[in-house]
Design a protein around this ligand. Structure first.
Ligand SMILES: [Zn+2]
Length: 203
């Protein structure tokens, strides 16, 4: 008896059945990683796509909150989603060096703007070549205060219940759970969560 099995589950693809395509040239995007960052990129250099949850590895919380808030309110833009072909929202994000939510006390002066395309339904962000480099890098989070820990515990309790309620749709469930886990262990993201939370609870 051969040790090789024909069990199809062993050959399960590790990428989505429907592979994402470059919104500029249409080639299949390649999944790769750069340090802790996983993203899909165009082999012709047109840009890259990453999940909203993955973006916490690279972007600052205040910029993520702002781009998500604007994308949810945004009009369909010129580029199609790499994942389902529907128009992405094109948003202009104000950037600065700090992670204080835009307009809140302590928020520093904006240093410029970056334009990105967001697939709101699939929770992906598309960056044209060079756009990601224009966005400030995530900062190390300070130790959480007792108040932040209490607020975090409350959010964890609330999201736990909502994730269970969203359990019917497996894929959405896994995506929101992943984001939830990342935010939950990321105290600095609590401000951003107020904005992105609406996306999760839409499930
Ligand atoms: Zn391309």
């Amino acid at each position: 008896m051969s040790a090789v099995t024909s069990d199809p589950s062993i050959h399960r693809p590790s990428v989505p059945v429907s592979l994402p395509h470059c919104p500029v040239c249409g080639v299949e995007l390649q999944l790769g990683s750069s340090g802790p960052l996983d993203c899909w990129s165009c082999t012709a250099g047109h840009g890259l796509a990453m999940t909203l949850s993955e973006s916490y590895e690279r972007l600052q919380e205040d910029e993520i909150a702002l781009l998500w808030q604007r994308a949810r309110a945004g009009e369909p833009g010129p580029l199609s989603s790499p994942f389902d072909g529907r128009p992405m929202a094109r948003v202009t994000v104000d950037v600065d060096a700090d992670e204080v939510p835009e307009g809140q006390p302590g928020d520093g002066a904006n240093s410029g703007t970056v334009v990105v395309d967001v697939d709101v339904a699939n929770q992906f962000v598309w960056f044209d070549a060079g756009e990601l480099d224009e966005l400030p890098t995530d900062l190390a989070d300070p130790e959480p205060t007792p108040e932040q820990l209490a607020a975090e515990a409350e959010i964890v309790a609330r999201f736990g219940a909502e994730i269970e309620a969203a359990g019917e749709e497996r894929e959405s469930h896994e995506l929101s759970e992943r984001l939830y886990r990342r935010v939950a262990r990321h105290p600095g993201a609590l401000g951003a969560l107020d904005n992105v939370g609406r996306a999760l609870t839409a499930y």
